[in-house]
Design a protein around this ligand. Sequence first.
Ligand SMILES: [Zn+2]
Ligand SMILES: [Zn+2]
Length: 61
Amino acid sequence: MNEQQCPICYGTNACNVEDAKNCWCMKVKIPKQLLDKMDGKSCICQKCIEKYSHVYTSPFR
Ligand SMILES: [Zn+2]
Ligand SMILES: [Zn+2]
């Protein structure tokens, strides 16, 4: 398992695993549906968060 790999798109998540508490992913709000997709070890990349945040907060559901 690669901790720096996004579990959705398998691209680099640019997560700061060395210093996860200061990682960018701690500063963004991740929709619960996305958290469910995460295995708890690797972060979702910024692109996927943006993409899915838009989907989950869309009024046209
Ligand atoms: Zn991704
Ligand atoms: Zn992270």
